[in-house]
Write a protein that binds this ligand. Sequence first.
Ligand SMILES: Cc1cc2nc3c(=O)[nH]c(=O)nc-3n(C[C@H](O)[C@H](O)[C@H](O)COP(=O)(O)O)c2cc1C
Length: 349
Amino acid sequence: MEKSALKDQCPKVSIAPMVDRTDRHFRYFCRLITRRSLLYTEMITTSAIINGDRHKILDFDQFEKPVALQIAGCDPREVYEAVKIAEDWDYDEINLNAGCPSDRVSGNEMGAVLMAYPEKVAEMIAAMKRATKKPVTIKHRIGIEGKNVLPDYFERTLLDKYEDMMSFVKTVEQAGAERFIIHARIAVLEGLSPKENREVPPLRYKDVYKLKRELPHLNIVINGGIKTIGDIEGHLRYVDGVMIGRAAYDNPFMLAEVDKFFNDGKVNNITRRQVIEGLIPYIEKIEKEGVKGYAALVHTLGLFFNKKGSKTWKQLITPPWPEGYSGKDILFKALDSLPQDVLDEAVLA
Ligand SMILES: Cc1cc2nc3c(=O)[nH]c(=O)nc-3n(C[C@H](O)[C@H](O)[C@H](O)COP(=O)(O)O)c2cc1C
């Protein structure tokens, strides 16, 4: 496929992979609010796909599309096998995690530690490309601090220079990665918790802009600390797309507005009432399948972020529920009890 065609396909806004958050229920909820954003799964390890309960791990509702599957792995053969298996699920993109700093992941040479091994990453990307015709992308950091983690033969463990990132990206590009999603801070592989690794190392947006400027043919998506529509607008002047993580989870209704950034896109002028009404048949369906309604509703706690009624919403959907109530009953009760003006407030007044 021509690079220019891929550029057109670069989603202007995507919702970041987040373990324990971006499961199928959250994605369904998101899709009610943003029709255009690309939604990512949580990180799924290659061994979970190969050895685990595949339906449980990979099934999703067609309504969620477009959805990108993020995999974490370290062995090209396993990566190939996992992507081949996932082909039956028809994800819209397969993404490799090279940005997650958690011990569990980097201890297995998965996630951010892979940035020290660009050739190996290139092999994995090539294996993924052999296994699927779908776009193959990578999510990584601007660099890593690998002190006490990388083997002694590394002359430097602090791989945080712009040139380090550039060299990594060029090697991975050779293997055919079609988009680079860059969390604009380094990952410190030892000594910081995953949470601290999303907050402590400073954001270096300018390095990501520079990469796009120097390699303009690449699809570059920026990630990290992006919270508002204004922030998104600002970044889109320099890069092809923006990925939002925590802000999308904490304030999901914001996503109604991001559809305007897509080609021919416009604000999804929906109300919170319509979102709740959209959830009712979904909750009914999953409860019939034996899934607890709260498993989905827990991801909607932020729907009234910074609005009157936020506390009531959280109290209503958080168990214990009144005796005999189903998720559907809770949602009808919410439609009755929440401030009607907030329920009916559309994005465009
Ligand atoms: C709870 C949580 C889980 C995360 N899990 C993943 C993951 O599975 N894969 C991944 O690449 N990044 C993961 N991340 C990192 C996010 O994708 C994102 O890069 C990071 O939060 C920075 O973006 P933000 O400032 O918009 O949240 C996670 C972040 C959070 C908060």
